[in-house]
Design a binder for this molecule. Structure first.
Ligand SMILES: *[C@@H]1O[C@H](CO)[C@@H](O)[C@H](O)[C@H]1NC(C)=O
Ligand SMILES: *[C@@H]1O[C@H](CO)[C@@H](O)[C@H](O)[C@H]1NC(C)=O
Ligand SMILES: *[C@@H]1O[C@H](CO)[C@@H](O)[C@H](O)[C@H]1NC(C)=O
Ligand SMILES: *[C@@H]1O[C@H](CO)[C@@H](O)[C@H](O)[C@H]1NC(C)=O
Ligand SMILES: *[C@@H]1O[C@H](CO)[C@@H](O)[C@H](O)[C@H]1NC(C)=O
Ligand SMILES: *[C@@H]1O[C@H](CO)[C@@H](O)[C@H](O)[C@H]1NC(C)=O
Ligand SMILES: *[C@@H]1O[C@H](CO)[C@@H](O)[C@H](O)[C@H]1NC(C)=O
Ligand SMILES: *[C@@H]1O[C@H](CO)[C@@H](O)[C@H](O)[C@H]1NC(C)=O
Ligand SMILES: *[C@@H]1O[C@H](CO)[C@@H](O)[C@H](O)[C@H]1NC(C)=O
Ligand SMILES: *[C@@H]1O[C@H](CO)[C@@H](O)[C@H](O)[C@H]1NC(C)=O
Ligand SMILES: *[C@H]1O[C@@H](CO)[C@H](O)[C@@H](O)[C@@H]1NC(C)=O
Length: 483
């Protein structure tokens, strides 16, 4: 309350104190919150005289989406805790521009700046913990400036900043816990993380040219998240032996050897919860049977056709393997007793049986496969199936007993199939709330399916789709009455 009141007085004082047009619009361009001021998209080319008050000991200032090119000495208020300069074409920052807030600024964010060396003004900051620079080509990283900010920095993000080799100055960042960097060079020295090997918790090396994982990883002691997305990695030399790596993501790389991958994952078998392998070139399903805590596995957009050697461990509850060339559910799910979410859209599965689907699966997506028929062997007798997606399969036959034991099913999607008639099997599904048979161009509704009517009318079901010129729901509500 006091804070709000203080802010109010401050703002009014500033507006009253305004003399030039520039300042008036400056205030107009800003939104005031209790501990921050957002002057985003205010169209500023130069920084107007902003609030300068002894009261402003709490202020985060966002200047995103302006056209600022220069930050002059003395143009920033004192007591700032952070400044967001992202989306400004900053070219020069006076070396003393941050002096008034040198002991309070914790956070600084830049993107799309035009300076080509690290601004000397950063060397005046004594409390900077969080620095982010994106999409800015910096060719000169002054060692003394970097050493100075290294004394306090905890979080560092350098994305697309044109680093052409590993920055040696990182050894002077002993407190670094989170590092995100684009590595537009193929390798990293073995001692790269020795300066913060006991501190790093989250390491993200993305959008670069890494071709293998560096041996330097093996020195990191407590890493919990490792992200290597969008590189060119085909070889995994080592992973942090930390015993604490809980999340590993290496999407959009060039991993092709599932045996090699499994071998390396053994070192994190006791800690890993999340494994992201989308967009690689794996042709066989990796053996993960030795993983003890794994919960979620992402394998979409690979080329997996061979499932014989692979295996999902018992701990896994979530599996996505969209857009592969998997033909069968047999084998790789046999240990997956806790699997609840199974997404295998866009594969080549032509047939499957109930005993291949683990009994705890409640979400099953087999859309865009080659399934032609559903019958009494298709789903497990004992099952938890609540949502089933079978869209865009060439299904033409659903036998009358196919759905007998789907007692928990609330949503069934059969979009874009070759079905010609409403399936009589629906009559045995008691909890269904949503059924989608849209885009089924062969579908006709006839008096032979009139028994679906009483089933339909006795529940709050939303039924999507048309048969011939009418909507299915219209047929069931009205026309089938006359049969
Ligand atoms: C404000 O700007 C207008 C033109 O945009 C100008 O005529 C006027 O003198 C300015 N007022 C002050 C106080 O600068
Ligand atoms: C990298 O930054 C430059 C300079 O801002 C920009 O033009 C380019 O689009 C960025 N590249 C990517 C991949 O974002
Ligand atoms: C890294 O990849 C970029 C394109 O993504 C390329 O222009 C550059 O030459 C590569 N650098 C090295 C060292 O391979
Ligand atoms: C890091 O690992 C390398 C070998 O990979 C070793 O020579 C070096 O001493 C290690 N550094 C630390 C700090 O453990
Ligand atoms: C990825 O690495 C291979 C060699 O391992 C190289 O031929 C290819 O050009 C690289 N691709 C990119 C985008 O850097
Ligand atoms: C795959 O990796 C395994 C284990 O690292 C190795 O023995 C095998 O030769 C590799 N296969 C290919 C085709 O490179
Ligand atoms: C997924 O696979 C289908 C063909 O099965 C293809 O048309 C589509 O482009 C793929 N999607 C992606 C994102 O690769
Ligand atoms: C059920 O359908 C599968 C094809 O998905 C077929 O192989 C099997 O013979 C059918 N079973 C019965 C009893 O019709
Ligand atoms: C299942 O589909 C495959 C083709 O993917 C076929 O070779 C096999 O005979 C089918 N099995 C049954 C039981 O229909
Ligand atoms: C449904 O379950 C019962 C036992 O609970 C079993 O006798 C019957 O064969 C099952 N039907 C189908 C189609 O799986
Ligand atoms: C910022 O201003 C320059 C020039 O006046 C001084 O040399 C620096 O000592 C000063 N830095 C701080 C942190 O006050």
């Amino acid at each position: 309350m006091t804070c709000l009141l203080r802010l109010y007085i401050l703002v009014i004082a500033c507006i009253l104190g305004v003399s030039s047009n520039e300042t008036a619009s400056a205030i107009e361009g800003c939104e005031y919150y209790i501990s921050s001021i957002y002057c985003e998209g205010a169209n500023w080319q130069t920084l107007p005289k902003l609030l300068a008050s002894e009261d402003a000991d709490w202020m985060f200032l966002s200047l995103r989406y302006n056209f600022l090119t220069t930050i002059e000495s003395g143009s920033l208020p004192s007591g700032l805790t952070g400044i967001d300069f992202r989306n400004n074409p900053l070219l020069t920052i006076d070396p003393t521009a941050f002096n008034e807030s040198s002991n309070s600024i914790h956070q600084l964010f830049f993107s799309d700046a035009k300076f080509t060396q690290i601004p000397a003004a950063l060397a005046e900051l004594n409390a900077l913990t969080d620095l982010s620079i994106e999409d800015t080509y910096i060719y000169t990283w002054d060692d003394n400036t970097m050493k100075h900010i290294g004394l306090t920095l905890v979080t560092l993000k350098l994305d697309n900043v044109s680093l052409s080799s590993w920055p040696e100055w990182l050894q002077y960042f002993p407190h670094l816990q989170t590092l995100e960097m684009t590595c537009q060079f193929p390798s990293i020295p073995d001692n790269a993380f020795d300066g913060q090997a006991d501190m790093l918790m989250t390491l993200t090396l993305i959008n670069g040219n890494l071709t293998e994982t560096p041996y330097a990883f093996s020195n990191i002691s407590f890493l919990s998240t490792l992200v290597l997305d969008n590189n060119n990695i085909s070889r995994l030399n080592s992973l942090p032996n930390s015993g604490s790596l809980s999340s590993f993501s290496i999407t959009n790389n060039r991993l092709s050897n599932a045996t090699h991958l499994s071998g390396v994952l053994r070192s994190v078998a006791n800690s890993l919860f999340y494994l992201h392998l989308e967009g690689n070139q794996l042709s066989s399903f990796p053996d993960l049977s030795f993983m003890k805590k794994l919960l979620k596995v992402y394998l979409s957009y690979n080329s997996i056709s061979d499932t014989s050697s692979g295996s999902i461990p018992t701990s896994v509850s979530y599996l996505e393997a969209e857009n592969n060339t998997i033909r069968s559910l047999a084998g790789f799910l046999s240990q997956a007793a806790n699997l609840e979410y199974l997404k295998l859209m866009g594969n080549l599965i032509a047939n499957f049986t109930g005993d291949e689907i683990p009994s705890k699966v409640s979400y099953l997506d087999l859309s865009k496969n080659l399934i032609t028929e559903l019958n009494e062997t298709s789903f497990p007798t004992k099952n938890s199936l609540g949502l089933i997606f079978l869209d865009y399969n060439p299904i033409s036959v659903i036998s009358p007993f196919a759905f007998t034991n789907l007692t928990k099913l609330i949503s069934l999607s059969l979009k874009g199939t070759q079905l010609a008639r409403l399936p009589l099997a629906l009559g045995s599904v008691t909890k269904l709330l949503s059924l989608d048979m849209s885009e089924s161009s062969n579908l006709v509704c006839t008096c032979e399916e009139k028994q679906v009517r009483s089933w339909y009318l006795s529940r709050p079901l939303t039924f999507y789709g048309v048969c011939g010129p009418l909507s299915i729901s219209n047929f069931l509500n009205v026309l089938s009455q006359g049969c």
